[in-house]
Design a binder for this molecule. Structure first.
Ligand code: GDP
Length: 201
C-alpha cells in the first residue's frame, strides 16, 4: 500500500523562469477535462487540492505542488509536481494558443530538475491529435515520459482489453507501457503513487 502523496500547493507562475528551485520534478500534462485535477486529488487523497472543473481552458498557468516542503540550504524544494493546465482548444484565440504552447515548451525544455513527464490520455476517448502531437514532440526532444490513461471505470469491462490495445497503439506504445487509472474508483492509484515516488527520489 502506498500512502497518499503529501502534496502541498506552492505557487502558480506564468513563466518557467519564475519558478522556485527544486531538486527533482515530475510534470503532468493533458488536455482540459482529461481528469487531471481528479487524479491529483486522488493521489493526495484530498478533496480540493487541484480544482475539479468541467470548464475547459481555465487559467493557463504553471501550477507547482511540493512533496514535502523542507528546503535545503540552497533553498531548493526537495521534490515537486508541476501541473501544466489543460491544452488549449478552439475557444481561445490563436495568439493565446501560441503563447501557451511556448510557455509549455520553454518549461519542458529548460526546467532543470524535470525527471519525468506524465502524459494523461482520456481512457474513455483515447488519444487525441493533440495528445499524439505532444508525445511526438516529447520523443523528438528526448524527454522521458509515461502515458497514464484516465477514467478506467468508464470503459466497459467487456471492452477493456481491446481499448487497452487500441489506446497503446494510438500512442505508439505496447499495452504494458500504459498506466491505467480511475480517480473515481481508485484503480491504479496505488501503483501510480509508487511510480511518482520513485521518479521523485
Ligand atoms: P481536468 O480538466 O483535466 O482537471 O479534469 P477534471 O479532473 O476536472 O475531470 C473532468 C471530468 O471528468 C469531471 O467531470 C470528472 O468528474 C470526470 N472524471 C475525472 N476522473 C474520472 C474518473 O476516474 N472516472 C470518471 N467516471 N470520471 C472522471
Amino acid at each position: 500500500m502506498n500512502r497518499p502523496l503529501d502534496l502541498v500547493f506552492v505557487t502558480s507562475a506564468d513563466r518557467a523562469d519564475r519558478l522556485p528551485d527544486s531538486r527533482v520534478e515530475v510534470a503532468i500534462v493533458g488536455r482540459s477535462n482529461v481528469g487531471k485535477s481528479s487524479l491529483v486529488n486522488a493521489l493526495a487523497n484530498r478533496r480540493n487540492l487541484a480544482r475539479v472543473s468541467n470548464t475547459p481552458g481555465r487559467t493557463r498557468l504553471l501550477n507547482l505542488f511540493a512533496l514535502g516542503t523542507d528546503r535545503g540550504a540552497d533553498g531548493a524544494l526537495p521534490a515537486t509536481v508541476m501541473d501544466l493546465t489543460g491544452y488549449v482548444y478552439a475557444k481561445s484565440s490563436k495568439t493565446m494558443r501560441a503563447s501557451w504552447g511556448e510557455m509549455i515548451e520553454t518549461y519542458l525544455l529548460e526546467r532543470q530538475p524535470l525527471a519525468m513527464v506524465v502524459v494523461l490520455v482520456d481512457g474513455e476517448v483515447g488519444p487525441t491529435k493533440l495528445d499524439v502531437q505532444m508525445l511526438d514532440w516529447l520523443r523528438a526532444n528526448d524527454l522521458p515520459h509515461t502515458v497514464v490513461a484516465t477514467k478506467h471505470d468508464k470503459v466497459k469491462s467487456s471492452k477493456r482489453q481491446r481499448r487497452k490495445r487500441d489506446l497503446a497503439d494510438g500512442c505508439d506504445l505496447e499495452p504494458g507501457d500504459v498506466v491505467w487509472v480511475s480517480a473515481a474508483k481508485g484503480t491504479g492509484i496505488d501503483r501510480l503513487r509508487g511510480l511518482l515516488r520513485s521518479w521523485l527520489s
